[in-house]
Design a protein around this ligand. Structure first.
Ligand code: C2O
Length: 456
């Protein structure tokens, strides 16, 4: 049946997981416990814990080729919003509280780059928010660069929906929120050192990620940041194509009804879904708007060296060593050479593309990207005009699976970086594999194809 709008209860207020009252923590734990129990007492109930986790798995490749993947393109944000909506309603139903709201983990607030305490303390089966398949422990801090004020500012300054949300349906191009901090947090939770180069159950692999309760707090924050970014821009921050607006997704609701909901119906969460985010109320808040001017690490624009030639289309291998490649700066007419669609509107932004990124099945890693800084390595600070951003690759399935998911990663050039990238010619792109904050990963074999800058 088609979604009729949210009914039952008032507006659900999602709060930071760091700001829950003891009573709210209790209620949340009861709800997750009820969900887990339902999965045991009635495995066929579509609202149970494993069934719900498998909804995520099904849509990330587990459903086979006929099910469109909701990672790696602009479906990522709307689909996860709908998933969380129905999940939240089910939690509330199981404890008889229609106002129960999912908390969000605001890793972007200063000091909150640690797991929210209710999810890790106590760290055993008595806590329904705990999950044994994690590498992190209570109070362990995420690498500062993953969620730094500068990183958030970079993310929220993106001008174009394709940069932030991902490429259109059918593309394999994740948006910066997905391939950046979102993936990094998934990876960090199971492999905090980043040395394993493989996804680890649960959060580290998309097919099992929904089996860790922190998934839902992590994604509530991703969902919140989508709203923050939209509020900074307006309607042009949404894809205008009818396919985006009208696409429907189907979920079981809290009454086990099979409900289809369209993207249009979920865009206004306060209205049609009746939930909203309460801003983090403590010290940190979001730093992005007020980020102080950061130290610039020497902006240099060396002439591309002859020794790093690269033919379009050639597959390249990135191992644990940082690597420099020469990338052409294309004008629009040249895009077709690389199989990219020519821009349909006025060219608005330039992006640095790294196409065809792939790891062996089950593989996972983070790579920092610099332009015209050929000496950059894992100790080079991720800031300044020459730093373009970082991407993290997370496997869709464990290593038993044969499939390799290729992705196209594209970084919108910031106004600052524009200054060090010429209008035509070529640039040097420095790829720096990263484990933790400033270490090289071990035994990495990442494949990628074309690297180029394009105006779109
Ligand atoms: Cu569907 Cu965080 O992934």
């Amino acid at each position: 049946m088609p979604f009729q709008g949210d009914i039952g209860g008032g507006t659900r207020v999602r709060k930071s997981a760091f700001e829950l009252t003891p009573i709210e923590v209790d209620k949340l734990r009861q709800a997750f416990a009820a969900l887990r129990k339902l999965s045991v007492t009635d495995p066929a109930d579509p609202r149970g814990w494993l069934q719900q986790a498998n909804v995520h798995c099904w849509n990330c490749g587990g459903g086979g080729a006929s099910v469109e993947n909701i990672h790696g393109n602009y479906w990522f944000l709307p689909w996860h919003r709908a998933y969380l909506y129905f999940f939240e309603k089910i939690l509330g139903k199981l404890v008889g509280d229609p106002d129960l709201a999912l908390p969000y983990w605001d890793w972007d607030t200063r000091g909150r780059n640690v797991m929210p305490p209710p999810y890790v303390i106590p760290g055993d089966g008595s806590n329904s928010l705990f999950d044994p398949y994690r590498g992190v422990v209570a109070w362990q801090a995420m690498p500062a660069s993953a969620t730094s004020a500068e990183e958030m500012k970079r993310l929220l300054s993106l001008r174009d929906w394709a940069s932030f949300m991902g490429g259109p349906a059918g593309s394999r191009r994740p948006g910066a929120l997905e391939f950046g901090t979102h993936n990094r947090v998934h990876q960090w939770i199971t492999d905090p050192g980043g040395r394993a180069n493989c996804g680890v159950q649960d959060m580290g692999i998309f097919s099992t990620a929904g089996q860790d309760p922190i998934f839902f707090a992590h994604h509530a924050n991703v969902d919140r940041l989508w709203d923050v970014w939209r509020s900074l821009g307006g309607e042009q921050r949404l894809p205008a194509d009818a396919e985006f607006r009208q696409r429907t997704w189907t979920f079981y609701d809290e009454n086990k009804r099979w409900v289809s909901i369209s993207t249009d119906q979920i865009l206004n969460n306060a209205g049609s879904l009746r939930y909203e985010y309460r801003r983090p109320s403590l010290v940190g808040r979001m730093d992005h708007g007020i980020a102080a001017s950061h130290p610039l690490t020497g902006a240099v624009t060396p002439a591309p060296s002859k020794s790093v030639a690269q033919a379009p289309g050639a597959a390249q291998l990135l191992t644990s060593e940082p690597q420099t490649v020469s990338a052409p700066v294309l004008v629009s007419a040249e895009l077709a050479l690389f199989g990219a669609a020519p821009p349909s509107l006025e060219p608005t932004v330039r992006r640095l593309h790294i196409d065809g990124v792939a790891l062996p099945p089950g593989g996972s890693t983070t790579v920092r990207v610099f332009v015209n800084l050929p000496d950059a390595d894992e100790r080079t600070p991720p800031s300044g005009p020459n730093y373009v951003g970082a991407f993290t690759v997370i496997p869709h399935h464990g290593s038993g699976h044969a499939d390799v998911t290729r992705q196209d990663v594209a970084f919108e050039l910031s106004a600052e970086t524009e200054q060090v990238v010429p209008g035509v010619g070529a640039i040097l792109v420095r790829l720096v594999p990263l484990a933790g904050e400033d270490m090289r990963p071990l035994g990495l074999t990442l494949e990628y194809q074309n690297v180029y800058v394009a105006t779109e």
